[in-house]
Design a protein around this ligand. Structure first.
Ligand SMILES: NC(=O)C1=CN([C@@H]2O[C@H](COP(=O)(O)OP(=O)(O)OC[C@H]3O[C@@H](n4cnc5c(N)ncnc54)[C@H](O)[C@@H]3O)[C@@H](O)[C@H]2O)C=CC1
Ligand SMILES: O=C(O)[C@H]1O[C@H](OP(=O)(O)OP(=O)(O)OC[C@H]2O[C@@H](n3ccc(=O)[nH]c3=O)[C@H](O)[C@@H]2O)[C@H](O)[C@@H](O)[C@@H]1O
Length: 641
């Protein structure tokens, strides 16, 4: 298929305006101080030259006009990287653009096999329902609408998919570099660079290349240079379109994105490419939420957004420590402070700190950028956010030891929650991993680990990889993974809450309702798949009965499908790789109480428990920055870390 075909003349009717970098500013930077690729390879050395062909500003009104008058027709979109971002984002784009063929390619055959089966490799509320529609299609639909052809394809044939695409979105992993120059803070661009070179070799002339991955500021220039190196004289536009979805709410975030950010070059061709990409999102996102910037602003904005969100968490966690030492209560402080609309109430939940694959690495990427720009004060400012996060994590382990008389020998400790946040089975950088690792060093009789969404093999494998396989019970160590929460709590000396799953709450009845929503029971995917109307509450979109009946069947698994085998193996306790249908009911804390050892310690690392209710049941509760009845009585409080 040919690359992007404009439906209308190349230059939009309304002259596009664009905010480019000031040429003088750019040229004052010195190549030698700018960030380079971790391995210092020349193809990714930044070439800090000013953009030519300054085309002014692309703002909301000119974008709207361009979309209405001259949106170039996008017919074929290719995502490279079938991960947490690539899979769900491609699915939602396909859902809202039945006329676009969306392919998702990955070098990982297992991942692709799973995306093409009833065992998608990631769990996100509502994702399965959308996948069923766009990957499998339907024969007939509600309201006499036409049958829907599948328009989402998962494959490992990277070269073909890139060649056929009008728009190529690179969504591969960009972790922190582990070795060599910049290790521990610079971004490891190995996967991104490899994919860029491959795209450069195979993309059709005129294709739009999009950075979906989170990348260091000025990467677009490096992509452009790579393209020029492999395909001299061929025109490609490079856009930055960072993703803002969060794990556990990916579908809701994509369906109702508060903004779509598109950075492009400061040229008419750049604006045309930005308009083409905007037209894909404009199928369901109001144009006023599509923000256009220069390409480097877009790259940097993504790093800054994550860094500032993480900064709020570290800020509140630092104050939680002050609360513990003063008798103030962190939830009360957060409520009072967050009531100021200039501050806002979100992301002020104190606890054991942030986990996940991105916050830490993106802050560190900003730190590295600042260091390479010789801005040590800026680097130190942001590094402190990560240091405060480590402090918050360590505090829970210190508290466990303090509660259990400074020794875990002969004792059982239960860790509830292994994922880095609720409603996901993503365990990357999960605080639970660090906590289990630290507890294992204290020689306990047992560390019981339970999670409502992670499978037992997944947890065992990751704990083994992180803390060493010696810590696993099967190798004589203390760690046992459970698929039954009551088994995990049985005979325990202290129960720790390390993920904020609703299942662990002891609050009022609405917790049950939340659980139903997040388990996919409440939401509905309304309307026909053709007109793509999706209910407002589609965080857990479920295909309704009528639509479900018309869907084509899920591709059958091979006889030796390992996921089917794993399901069979764990059928006894209803635990498998499709956790959506197996969300557990809220934990019965009374049952836990009668099954654990005195004095019934519960350490709430996520602030999910109503402490007074727990204390009425007889538990002794410790929570970060929150005052237990015991602490309230013993004022002045103990000054502990
Ligand atoms: N996970 C999240 O919630 C978010 C992630 N991001 C960013 O999106 C990017 C991707 O993140 P995730 O989807 O979480 O990563 P991921 O690790 O889940 O997926 C990346 C995929 O890229 C594939 N890949 C790597 N090299 C390849 C190659 N040469 N050819 C083909 N496929 C290749 C891998 O096999 C993997 O399946 C990162 O830059 C991340 O910072 C941005 C927003 C949210
Ligand atoms: O670039 C990314 O990867 C994404 O990173 C975060 O999303 P995510 O890490 O998936 O989840 P968050 O909801 O941000 O939570 C991150 C961590 O902070 C913790 N957290 C969150 C909020 C809070 O108030 N307190 C707190 O400790 C959570 O438990 C979790 O461990 C951002 O919220 C997304 O916008 C961004 O796209």
């Amino acid at each position: 298929m040919a690359a992007l075909t404009p439906a209308t003349p190349a230059t939009p009717a309304t002259p596009l305006q664009f905010s480019g970098l000031d040429a003088e500013d750019i040229t004052t930077l010195d190549d030698s101080t700018a960030p380079t690729t971790p391995d210092g390879s020349s193809s990714f050395s930044p070439n800090l030259r000013p953009q030519d062909d300054d085309a002014g500003y692309l703002n909301v009104s000119s974008l709207s006009a361009a979309l209405a008058a001259a949106a170039p027709a996008v017919r074929n979109v290719c995502f490279i990287g079938a991960g947490f971002v690539g899979g769900p984002t491609a699915a939602v784009i396909a859902l809202h653009n039945p006329h676009i063929r969306v392919t998702v390619v990955d070098k990982d055959h297992t991942r692709i096999r799973r995306w093409n089966s009833k065992h998608p490799p990631i769990y996100e509320p509502g994702l399965n329902d959308i996948l069923r529609v766009v990957r499998d299609g339907s024969t007939a639909t509600k309201g006499d609408a036409a049958a829907r052809q599948p328009n989402l394809i998962f494959t490992t044939d990277v070269a073909t998919c890139v060649r056929e695409a009008d728009v190529v979105l690179i969504a591969v992993n960009t972790p922190t570099k582990e070795r060599g120059n910049g290790a521990g803070s610079a971004t490891d661009m190995a996967a991104f660079e490899a994919v860029t070179a491959m795209v450069a070799r195979h993309a059709s002339p005129g294709a739009i290349i999009v950075e979906k991955s989170t990348v260091p500021c000025r990467t677009a220039q490096l992509v452009q240079d790579t393209l020029a190196l492999h395909r001299p004289g061929v025109e490609f536009q490079v856009l930055s379109n960072p993703e803002f979805l969060a794990a556990g709410t990916a579908i809701k975030d994509l369906q109702h994105a508060d903004r779509i950010l598109i950075g492009s070059s400061n040229t008419a061709a750049g604006h045309k490419a930005a308009t083409a990409l905007a037209s894909v999102y404009a199928s369901w996102i109001p144009t006023e939420r599509i923000i256009t910037t220069n390409v480097f602003s877009s790259e940097l904005a993504k790093l800054v957004a994550n860094s500032m969100l993480a900064q709020r968490i570290s800020s509140i966690n630092s104050i939680a420590a002050v609360c513990d030492a003063t008798g103030a209560d962190i939830d009360e402080v957060a409520r009072a402070v967050g009531a100021d609309p200039r501050i806002g109430s979100k992301f002020l939940k104190a606890g054991i700190g942030f986990g996940g694959s991105c916050f830490k690495k993106d802050i560190l990427s900003l730190v590295y950028l600042a260091e390479t720009l010789v801005l040590p004060e800026v680097a130190q400012y942001w590094r402190a956010v990560v240091e405060m996060n480590e402090f918050a994590r360590n505090r829970l382990v210190t508290r466990v030891l303090r509660c259990l008389n400074n020794t875990l020998t002969g004792k059982k400790v239960t860790v509830l929650g292994f994922a880095f946040k609720k409603d996901t089975n993503d365990t990357r950088e999960s605080p639970a991993l660090d906590i289990i690792h630290a507890l294992a060093k204290e020689n306990p009789r047992e560390i019981a680990v339970y999670d409502p969404l992670c499978t037992a093999p997944q947890m065992a494998e990751q704990i083994g990889r992180y803390a060493g396989t010696d810590v696993l019970k099967s190798n004589g160590g203390p760690v046992v993974v459970y698929t039954d929460v009551y088994g995990a709590c049985h005979g325990s000396d202290a129960v720790l809450i390390t993920t904020e799953f609703d299942e662990f709450k002891n609050g009022p009845a609405e917790v049950e309702a939340q659980l139903e929503v997040s388990s996919g029971a409440a939401g509905k995917l309304e309307g026909t798949p053709d007109n793509q109307v999706v209910s407002a509450d589609d965080s857990a979109a479920a295909v309704d009965g009528q639509l479900a009946a018309s869907l084509n069947p899920v591709p059958p698994c091979e006889e030796d499908c390992p996921e089917c085998q794993a399901e069979e193996d764990s059928a006894a306790d209803k635990k498998n790789d499709e956790p959506q249908s197996h969300r557990k009911a809220r934990l019965d804390w009374t049952k836990v109480y009668y099954d654990m050892n005195s004095p019934h310690w519960v350490l709430d690392g996520r602030g999910v428990l109503d402490i007074s209710v727990m204390e009425k049941l007889g538990f002794r509760v410790e929570s970060i920055g929150r005052q237990s009845g015991l602490a309230r009585k013993s004022f002045p409080p103990k000054n502990y870390r």
